[in-house]
Design a binder for this molecule. Structure first.
Ligand code: NAD
Length: 260
């Protein structure tokens, strides 16, 4: 039941986070959005998705690689709405390079955002969720939380870490009304993946269509991108009463990638 609840989706100015924020708004939740880029456009899109319910959408531009800004974000959300009922840890970045050439500052930035930020948001929202005996924490991991690909050492390490973190906090909350789960998307056509398609186009002289086909063909047997809408629908299920006893899972939406 998400009607009237408050959801915080990190990194929700774009891609998957925006899709999840719109899904919750469409189900009647108030939304705290966060991220860089065009915040106003994202805010309007989420507001529109929730228009039928008269929800409220607010934005905070915390840089989630900075613990002090994360604290500020959570305090802001609490001031606006009282409590973060549903936390979606979604903000993430990618960098692709062999490990011996991996820029040290990129490694640090990926671990800080893709893994450590979820520790901070979780530790900060959990006391109020436990006091209310209801809460949902949904971590956007990746197939790369379960299997690896070359050249993605920091991302794969962070996402495997996030899957482990999900299980640990699910155990710590197992007898409460707070559930903690992860979603592991395969390829989703967002700016994060478009960069990798553009790199293939530049390297091999491929068309957009051929680069997409090659990218999908290597990993994703369905040969179709997962969509932010599909991930939003799964997040809504994990937040529903039907998912009360779903705890510590990592649910793939990957067109068969990890079935191989
Ligand atoms: P995206 O680039 O479209 O969106 C990333 C979001 O994070 C944006 O809102 C951006 O502004 C925000 N962000 C970036 N750095 C930030 C920071 N320091 N502080 C706060 N916000 C920040 O990417 P996406 O593809 O939608 O990815 C969202 C999540 O889904 C990531 O965790 C990513 O690892 C994961 N994921 C993506 C795919 C995919 O194929 N696109 C697959 C599996 C998992």
């Amino acid at each position: 039941m998400t009607q009237g609840k408050t959801v915080l989706v990190t990194g929700s100015t774009s891609g998957i986070g925006l899709g999840i924020a719109e899904a919750f708004a469409g189900a009647g939740a108030n939304v705290v959005i966060n991220g860089f880029g065009d915040a106003e456009a994202a805010k309007q899109a989420v507001q529109k998705a929730g228009a039928a319910h008269g929800i409220r959408v607010v934005y905070h531009g915390a840089d989630l690689s900075k613990p002090a800004e994360i604290e500020d974000l959570i305090r802001f959300a609490e001031k606006e709405f009282g409590r973060v009922d549903i936390l979606v840890n979604n903000a993430g970045i990618q960098h692709v390079a062999p490990v011996e050439d991996f820029p040290v500052e990129k490694w640090d930035a990926i671990i800080a955002l893709n893994l450590t930020s979820a520790f901070h948001t979780t530790r900060l929202v959990l006391p109020a969720q436990k006091a209310a005996n209801w809460g949902r924490i949904i971590n956007i991991a990746s197939t790369h939380g379960l299997v690896a690909s070359a050249q993605k050492s920091a991302y794969v390490a962070a996402k495997h870490g996030l899957v482990g973190f999900t299980k640990t906090v699910a155990l710590e909350t197992a007898t409460t009304g707070v559930t903690v789960n992860a979603i592991a998307p395969g390829w989703v056509l967002t700016p994060l993946v478009q960069k990798q398609i553009d790199a293939r186009k530049a390297k091999d002289g491929l068309s957009e269509e051929d680069a997409e086909r090659e990218l999908l063909g290597e990993k994703q047997p369905s040969l179709q991108f997962t969509t932010p809408e599909q991930l939003g629908a799964l997040a809504l299920f994990l937040a529903s009463d039907a998912a009360d006893n779903v705890r510590g899972v990592t649910w793939q939406v990957d067109g068969g990638w990890t079935a191989q």
